[in-house]
Write a protein that binds this ligand. Structure first.
Ligand code: DON
Length: 568
């Protein structure tokens, strides 16, 4: 995109952010997003950002605000916010210590490697994506409670109070939600066999009240985490699931635990980047790509220039090829992490790269692919007044997950089982190829691309960033960091900038339509790259917080969604 157009969009978006601002942000400059002094929440919904900030203002910290924001997203952003899904947290405490929490869904005890294959060994269409067999054991409640219990300061009841009020009083749906709900209208009816809360011909501005979810949250508020996994809610959930033909049992729920993990940390120039470790591929792939591109003068080449795109795409290809073969749940498979992220290996991996032509995918590894789509997870970033920062990405996988809606409990269930490799070499919904490392086994976690990331500069907190986007998550986070670090864009400009993506297979560069110069695309095609602008109208919905030199915080809230930065 030419510089003038980028600037124009950035200015437009800065004004939009300014107008939407509902709390006490201190100032907004032309090319920057919302600026605040002490604390900030950036999420997919203004209601969720506001509730997170309300908790911070009550003296809560980032982990209290995490629980509030995540639950508020479950109310006001049911497309991806959830109780019936899972996610990952990467944190950096004020003292500089870092860590990660894995609350990814797990395969049910009764699951098996070939559960999505027919007797001829072919994949049964839709079985891993829609309805009861697509559902993995939800991890979200375990995750937000585990993080809050270890680091939070407030009572659960105080944290959930504004969320319960939101569910009871309702929230107004946006134009984007109206469009989305209409798109899913028929599949909601088909999967649930009846109309659900979201089948009401809803228009922007209409209020959605979710009393069932308010009741579920009240029980969780009173009884704690185990209400979801062992209590009345667990029983209602399993009764419902089994009535729909699911293999999930009370034992599955009772056995679920979120897990602390060591995140992946690496250097890129003077930045220390910390991101999610397996069972997400995010941290390893980001590390691989950034180490492969570090020797190149991207800044000299220019933002979204021919050479920059070539270098980044070729590194992405190689990382995604490794992802498909080596990565899976570390509790089940041995991943050669040290080798995969080592300088020697990655230098060797880039050896075949030349500016003269695209490296063929066969020269990198093997696989076959058909189709994919995306954009239904959600990310939020929080910085609290105590100096703690978190990056959290959470998902139901597809939009509204499996589309199964538990009416009595007021939430959708995930279709995360599709993130497993149902059959080695066959692509999943995102076109990602998997191998044995990501095959299905009871209690195993499916491989993810979610990349909640914290960046430090000179030992201090610098950025919290992440995005939805299935397989494009990793490359969207990558570009956002590069946009700030290499190309000196503001946080909001970095989020706004047009994005491209390559994932090894299919052998193409996906680009956001009407965003890249025609001449640039012609040059790439002449070098042997295939460009696909029709697959993804948008790539990612990035949210981030950047600490500026004067210690203030800049929010980058992606207007590809309804995302909003709020702070004080
Ligand atoms: O964990 C993953 O990688 C996917 N289930 C994420 C799905 C996603 O981002 C959907 N939205 N675009």
């Amino acid at each position: 995109m030419n510089r003038f157009l980028t600037l124009f969009i950035a200015i437009l978006i800065s004004f939009t952010s300014c107008k939407n601002e509902t709390t006490t942000s201190t100032s907004v400059s032309i090319n920057r997003g919302v600026i605040t002094e002490k604390a900030m929440v950036v999420s997919a919904r203004v209601e969720a950002s506001n509730i997170g900030v309300e908790i911070l203002k009550q003296g809560g910290n980032a982990f209290d605000a995490m629980m509030a924001t995540e639950m508020a997203l479950a109310v006001a952003y049911p497309y991806a916010g959830n109780l019936g899904g899972g996610g990952f947290l990467v944190y950096r405490l004020a003292d500089g210590s870092k860590g990660a929490l894995d609350y990814r869904e797990k395969a049910p005890l009764a699951s098996s490697k070939d559960m999505y294959l027919d007797k001829n060994g072919n994949i049964i269409k839709d079985k891993s994506t829609v309805g009861p067999m697509a559902v993995g054991i939800p991890g979200t409640i375990a995750g937000v409670f585990k993080a809050q219990k270890r680091f939070g300061k407030l009572d659960i009841a105080a944290i959930l109070k504004p969320v319960i009020e939101l569910a009871e009083k309702g929230y107004n749906i946006t134009k984007k939600q109206e469009v989305r709900i209409a798109e899913y209208d028929s599949i909601f009816k088909a999967v649930n066999g009846k109309e659900i809360l979201y089948n009401k011909n809803l228009k922007a501005g209409n209020t959605i009240i979710n009393t069932s979810l308010a009741e579920t949250l009240k029980r969780i508020s009173n009884n704690g985490r185990d209400e979801f996994y062992k209590g009345e809610t667990a029983k209602k959930l399993v009764t419902y699931l089994q009535s729909r033909g699911s293999i999930i049992t009370l034992e599955d729920l009772a056995k679920y635990e979120a897990k602390w993990r060591d995140p992946i940390s690496f250097q890129y120039d003077d930045l220390t980047i910390t991101s999610m470790s397996p069972p997400s591929s995010g941290g390893i792939c980001l590390n691989q790509i950034m180490t492969m591109i570090e020797p190149f003068d991207l800044k000299g080449f220019g933002h979204n220039s021919l050479k920059t795109i070539q270098v980044v795409v070729e590194a992405e290809k190689r990382a995604y090829a490794d992802r498909s073969f080596y990565l899976g749940d570390p509790d089940f498979v041995v991943i050669p992490v040290e080798t995969l992220i080592s300088d020697i290996y990655l230098t060797e991996r880039m050896q075949g790269f030349t500016y003269q032509n695209a490296t063929s995918v066969e020269d990198i590894s093997h696989g076959k692919i058909v189709s994919y789509e995306s954009d239904e997870t959600t990310h939020y970033s929080i910085v609290d007044p105590f100096g703690n920062a978190i990056a959290v990405t959470t998902t139901l996988n597809g939009g509204y997950g499996s589309k199964l809606y538990v009416e009595e409990l007021g939430f959708f269930l995930n279709n995360e089982m599709d993130d497993f490799s149902s059959k080695p070499g066959e692509p999943n919904y995102y076109g990602l190829i998997g191998a044995e490392a990501n095959s299905i086994a009871p209690e195993k976690r499916m491989l993810s691309s979610m990349t909640p990331t914290i960046v430090e500069k000179n030992g201090k907190f610098y950025m919290s960033v992440g995005t939805p986007g299935g397989s494009t998550i990793i490359t969207s986070v990558l570009q956002t960091i590069l946009n700030v670090h290499e190309f000196e864009l503001t946080m909001q400009e970095a989020v706004n900038a047009p994005r491209f993506h390559n994932q090894w297979l299919p052998d193409e560069i996906r680009m956001e339509p009407n965003s890249f110069d025609k001449n640039l695309k012609n040059q790439l095609e002449a070098l042997g790259y295939t460009i696909n602008e029709s697959r993804s109208p948008i790539i990612g919905i990035v949210d981030g917080i950047l600490m500026l030199e004067d210690g203030t915080l800049e929010g980058g809230a992606d207007k590809r969604g309804d995302d909003t930065a709020v702070g004080f």
